[in-house]
Design a protein around this ligand. Structure first.
Ligand code: ZN
Ligand code: ZN
Ligand code: ZN
Length: 84
């Protein structure tokens, strides 16, 4: 299946990737993949692959920190999670 190539920031403390934008699509050249250029337009076959494969992550910069989601989770844990 096709894969999206994304550029973004690597948060090296938690190794998470923050996507900025999708720069390209890597085509799998599979006519059974509805994302591919070679897939026939107007094909209604539901067994064709509909989704992108795992994203290819291209680091354009890196930060020696935890990402926003991880920091928020750490703050929630530090405050105690008794409140719902
Ligand atoms: Zn594909
Ligand atoms: Zn199809
Ligand atoms: Zn993270």
């Amino acid at each position: 299946m096709c894969q999206q190539i994304a550029e973004g920031t690597r948060w090296t403390r938690c190794n998470h990737f923050q996507r900025h934008l999708v720069v390209a699509i890597l085509d799998c050249n599979n006519p059974r993949c509805s994302r591919s250029y070679v897939h026939p337009t107007g094909c209604r076959d539901r067994s064709c692959i509909q989704n992108f494969g795992p994203e290819i992550q291209r680091d354009i910069d890196s930060v020696n920190e935890f990402c926003f989601a991880c920091r928020a989770a750490q703050e929630r844990a530090a405050r105690g999670s008794t409140l719902r």
